[in-house]
Design a protein around this ligand. Structure first.
Ligand code: ADP
Length: 487
């Protein structure tokens, strides 16, 4: 097996080859979803090798937890600076392994970097408290302490940002971490980690481990059951999140879960059509629909339905699908055949149950094996998969409604509760509906809601915990109380 990274980028080749040299055993290939070519080859580490990494992270925590917040803030700032300097290179790698349009990859890198910058600033804001005591003789002091080693498991749809959003906060809190990226996108993860080491973050304070797709569950079991790991931070499917949650019970382990969504996107009669279409496009077609906050069901009020659908269809028709390395391409392939088959199956299911195809509705195999045409489906009913499940593809399912209450009922008729969107010009309606949506996040006349300063996360089956914002760091801290007596 040739151990190499066939990336056009020199710096990344060096970083990834350094990681490969550290391990002697088997490897697996990373494929470009655009055309199936090999982008790179990475170590398929053994579980014993990963255990060793966990032990090293645990040893490293003894020193790291004693560093000052100022020290950690400084290192995170250096890491951020290096990420910024290498942004274009990281975006190239990311675009290739994730099949993400290059401009979107550049956007993800800027977004991912912003979490490291934010964490460097947050590190110094972790404050304790002195609480008024009911006794003259006792004082109540409260401090926040890092929980220990964090096991981080991330998906392929945001190979950069899902790591920085977790690792940045964990390191700021004083935790060490072991990161297992998705097997589809390990090259970005390796690059980020190597840059962290170059910035001065010690090697065992932030580790990355790579395994082939079939070994993910063994790593999950190791992370969740190892007494050396204090907490898990996971982004991925609801099915896997629930498995990890159960596994963590035995050690009553801290876990934060960012799982799947089934976001409603509600367009009310009073909406500004142009703004609604713009928001809909970004909420639906970013990363070809493969985001957990992607709009999944479009609920359109009857008075605006025809106009909105016509305007949206017009715009969607113009989206360019193709090789993501081309600058004007807006839609790439789906990540792998599993995802491709799911999207195909969901659309077929909807059509067989009476959905009307307004656009697309089929694969775009003339471009490549994993490409699926942007699709708009009308007459969606509650028994269809596109209504009930997360599509993770470029498919717009349309549902027409008459009354506001009806829209809220449909929106909430799911166990998912991550993001919800509504477009309206009626201020009263905006507050009324936003309050009633059973989601952790609401986009109002806006399809792109995520940023480092805002709390990202869901309710119901979509997860527990928050990432980013002033809340994100709390996932990695515990509250410790000292009772100072005899005063
Ligand atoms: P998707 O279906 O979108 O790939 P997954 O939840 O399967 O979502 O994957 C998200 C992350 O979880 C990836 O890093 C994947 O390797 C990992 N993973 C998959 N199955 C398990 C498991 N049983 N235990 C731990 N991690 C897993």
């Amino acid at each position: 097996v040739i151990l190499s990274c066939k990336n056009s980028n020199f710096k990344n080749i060096q970083l990834i080859n350094k990681q490969i040299r550290l391990y002697s055993g088997s490897t697996f290939d990373v494929l470009n979803p655009v055309n199936g070519t090999v982008v790179g080859t990475v170590p398929d580490m053994t579980i014993d090798e990963i255990k060793e990494k966990v032990e090293k992270a645990s040893d490293a925590h003894h020193e790291w937890k004693l560093t000052t917040a100022k020290h950690r803030a400084g290192l995170l700032r250096k890491w951020f600076n290096l990420l910024e300097q290498n942004s274009a290179d990281i975006a190239k790698t990311l675009s290739k392994e994730a099949g993400k349009p290059f401009n979107e990859a550049v956007g993800e890198v800027a977004y991912g970097n912003s979490f490291v910058e934010w964490s460097s600033e947050e590190a110094r804001t972790v404050l304790g408290q002195i609480i008024p005591s009911p006794y003259k003789s006792k004082k109540i002091l409260v401090e926040k302490h890092p929980i220990g080693v964090v096991g981080i498991i991330t998906p392929w749809n945001f190979p950069h940002a899902m790591i920085t959003r977790k690792a940045g906060a964990a390191l700021a809190a004083g935790c060490t971490c072991v990161i297992k990226p998705a097997a589809e996108t390990p090259l970005t993860a390796i690059t980020l980690t190597q840059l962290a080491h170059e910035a001065g973050i010690p090697e065992n304070v932030m580790n990355v481990v790579t395994v082939n797709v079939n070994k993910a569950s063994q790593v999950g079991t190791l992370f969740c059951t190892s007494p050396l790991i204090a907490g898990i931070s996971f982004t991925g499917s609801t099915v896997v999140g629930k498995i990890l949650y159960r596994l963590c019970a035995d050690h009553v382990k801290r876990i934060s879960l960012e799982l799947g969504g089934n976001a409603p996107f509600i367009i009310f009669d009073s909406a500004d059509i142009d703004k609604a279409v713009e928001a809909a496009l970004v909420a639906k077609f970013r990363n070809c629909g493969q985001t957990c906050v992607a709009a999944n069901r479009f609920l359109v009020q009857s008075g605006i339905y025809d106009k909105f659908v016509a305007a949206l269809t017009e715009k969607v028709k113009k989206l360019r699908m193709g090789d993501v390395s081309q600058p004007d391409v807006q839609l790439g392939p789906l990540i792998n055949s599993k995802q491709f088959n799911t999207v195909t199956r969901f659309v077929e299911d909807a059509i067989s149950k009476g959905a009307k195809v307004l656009l697309g509705g089929k694969a775009a195999t003339h471009i490549g094996q994993l490409f699926y045409e942007p699709t708009i489906l009308a007459d969606i009913k509650p028994d269809m998969k596109v209504y009930n499940e997360e599509i993770f593809g470029p498919v717009v399912p349309l549902i027409q409604f008459k009354k506001e209450e009806e829209a809220i009922k449909i929106a909430n008729s799911t166990m998912a509760g991550l993001a919800g969107y509504l477009c309206s010009s009626d201020v009263n309606q905006i507050f009324r509906v936003s309050k009633l949506l059973e989601t952790g996040m609401v986009g109002i006349n806006e399809g792109l809601i995520s940023m480092a300063e805002a709390p990202f996360g869901g309710i119901k089956d979509s997860g527990i915990g928050r990432e980013g914002s002033i809340y994100g760091i709390d996932e990695f801290l515990y509250v410790k109380y000292y009772c100072l007596g005899g005063l």
